[in-house]
Ligand binder design. Structure first.
Ligand code: SAH
Ligand code: F3S
Length: 478
């Protein structure tokens, strides 16, 4: 199934843009996993730009190969190992080539990476990218270099990301890093450290700058955006120790959304990921108030069974989740939801599985990202629970969940037919070069015939006349 949020075809895609003509060295940078990694790669490219590196799409001409890696499931790690093995010949024939691993796998495996993968010279965790210039000096001297120190403060707030390989229309802006939840299946708290929020002014400034550079949509990113809290610095965990003044002027996620929506009124605003336990109704009221905040929430639930939610250490029940969804639909009637589900978690019974299916029917998700449980070393589930659901049962349940989501998506897409939608043109349709591709506020993809005078980045009023399971078919409205 699809990796989270990112188009399957983008996994492992290398991005490059012409940066500084005076730069002599070439960086080949590939990203795997979630949007956060793709966004972090833009920070890395920016840091290395200052060090004489321009990005390239041709791996064979690279002086430095970096893979920004994902640990969320075993398969994600296997993909990276396979990719690394493909650089072996190039490394043997070019002793000056440096190969580095960034991101979650670097953080999880640390020095083990250098022991296990001999062609890797450089291992850098997600909070240590500022140290890249020093680390590269070490590798130039022929030594391996590693920095996997996690930080309680680092947000890269002052680094202006180099926008890599995008369409010039939509961009990501990171607002929080790390995660303080301890979902028992999840490796993220171990690979990305404590949750910390970025200064809201630096976020607003970045959005304004994007708008001034022609961007039309921004997605605010974090592992758990609803938990955003800025009070003048430090990790969220230390908020209790903040001064009265800091507490009085603190900015939470719905405040931040309103700030961004006001600062860039002609830009669309999206956000991801929301966590049900931290999502307040305030966020939905803010969505309702500002037209430019898209009416779409990715709200992972992982399971529809209370037993499983408890075993996963998710801090809400099925009933609380459903009540949040129902309240949200009252506040923002046109809101669309998508889910993440983990299938076959430790101890999942057929009844638990049926609970997942019935919850999906109740919510009527527009989309879903569905995964078979993959045990991750070091997580609470790995330490204390047994990964006891046989692979064939996991696959059978996964197939049922995917089939149901297919039905739900089709019927949700159908509900958009016969109406006019504002579609932001993001590019040309992959299947037909005479058609544009874009999304409506609810994040549904829409294709429609190109008309003269239309261009990428335009917001077009499109009448939707039909749909497939995942796409709206439209034509420019009169
Ligand atoms: N911060 C997000 C999730 C980040 S991980 C949240 O609050 O939900 C992205 C998704 O990967 C998760 O939602 C989960 O569905 C899936 N995932 C995480 N760990 C997994 C594991 N061990 N096996 C299978 N899927 C997993
Ligand atoms: Fe992972 Fe749960 Fe955080 S899924 S990223 S520990 S909210």
């Amino acid at each position: 199934m699809q990796e989270k949020y990112i188009d399957e075809t983008k996994q492992g895609e290398a991005f490059a843009i012409a940066e500084r003509p005076e730069n002599g060295k070439k960086l080949f940078l590939e990203s795997y996993g979630c949007q956060m990694n793709f966004s972090d790669s833009e920070i890395v490219a920016s840091i290395l730009n200052e060090q004489g590196y321009n990005t390239t799409l041709k791996v064979e001409e690279a002086d430095l190969i970096l893979l920004n890696t994902c640990s969320i499931r075993e398969k994600a790690e296997q993909t990276v190992r396979m990719r690394l093995s493909q650089f072996k010949k190039q490394k043997e024939s070019n002793p000056n080539l440096t190969v580095g691993v960034l991101g979650c796998m670097a953080e999880r495996l640390k020095t083990k990476f250098l022991e296990e993968e001999h062609l890797v010279d450089l291992v850098v965790g997600p909070d240590a990218y500022r140290d890249l210039p020093n680390l590269l000096k070490e590798t130039e001297g022929g030594r391996d270099a590693i920095n996997v120190i996690l930080s309680k403060e680092e947000t890269y707030a002052d680094i202006n990301p180099v926008r890599l390989g995008g369409n010039g229309v939509t961009a990501f802006v990171t607002i929080t890093r790390g995660c303080d939840n301890m979902c028992t299946f999840c490796v993220v708290p171990f690979t990305r450290g404590r949750e910390r929020s970025r200064d809201p002014h630096s976020i607003v400034n970045e959005c304004v700058e994007l708008f001034n550079n022609g961007y039309k949509e921004v997605t605010l990113l974090g592992q758990n955006v609803d938990s955003y809290l800025w009070y003048g610095g430090g990790p969220k965990k230390d908020f209790a120790k903040a001064s009265e003044m800091q507490k009085a002027t603190a900015v939470n996620f719905s405040n931040l959304l309103a700030m961004v929506a006001t600062a860039v009124p002609d830009m669309r605003i999206r956000f991801s990921t929301s966590n049900p336990q931290d999502m307040s109704l305030d966020v939905f009221h803010t969505m309702a108030k500002y037209d430019n905040i898209c009416k779409y929430v990715h709200l992972p639930v992982q399971s529809g069974s209370d037993n499983m939610l408890k075993a996963m250490n998710r801090q809400h029940t099925r009933a609380e989740y459903l009540s949040l969804i129902n309240e949200a639909k009252k506040i923002v009637p046109e809101v669309a939801f998508s889910q993440d589900m983990i299938i076959g978690f430790c101890g999942e019974t057929e009844e638990d599985h049926q609970d997942t299916l019935s919850l999906m029917r109740e919510v009527e998700y527009d989309y879903g990202y569905m995964f078979v449980y993959s045990e991750r070393p070091g997580t609470p589930a790995h330490k204390k629970m047994e990964d006891d659901i046989p692979a064939d049962i996991k696959q059978k349940r996964l197939a049922e969940v995917i089939a149901l989501q297919g039905e739900l998506s089709r019927s949700r897409m159908k509900s958009y037919v016969g109406r006019t939608h504002d579609i932001l043109i993001e590019g040309t349709s992959k299947k037909n070069e005479n058609q544009w591709k874009g999304r409506n506020s609810q994040n549904a993809v829409c294709v429609f015939d190109k008309l003269e005078g239309q261009k990428i980045g335009d917001m077009v009023s499109v009448f939707v006349y039909d749909n497939t399971q995942g796409t709206l078919l439209g034509r420019t409205a009169e």
